[in-house]
Design a protein around this ligand. Structure first.
Ligand SMILES: [Zn+2]
Length: 84
């Protein structure tokens, strides 16, 4: 049986697993290094986690943490700035 090539979703899932495997749970927060290697470059870890779950953001869209922890990579603790 032929193995399928990794899909975009497959890579995203593998990257997320790698990110969360190095993270620490603090209360409801998931705390990780702020920079994450995505295979090509270092990127902002919270933004990476958010985009992996919620979909890509436009460059000009910034995130704010509802939990107040800038190093939290729990996507549910982030909102797009200016959005409701
Ligand atoms: Zn948090």
């Amino acid at each position: 049986m032929k193995t399928a090539a990794p899909t975009v979703m497959g890579k995203r899932y593998a990257d997320l697993r790698r990110l969360y495997s190095k993270a620490t749970i603090v209360g409801e927060c998931v705390v990780a290094d702020r920079l994450f290697w995505n295979g090509a470059q270092f990127v902002n870890a919270p933004r990476f986690a958010y985009e992996a779950i919620e979909g890509p953001l436009k460059k000009e869209q910034a995130l704010r943490h509802t939990c107040g922890r800038g190093d939290c990579v729990n996507p549910y603790h982030m909102r797009v700035k200016g959005a409701a």
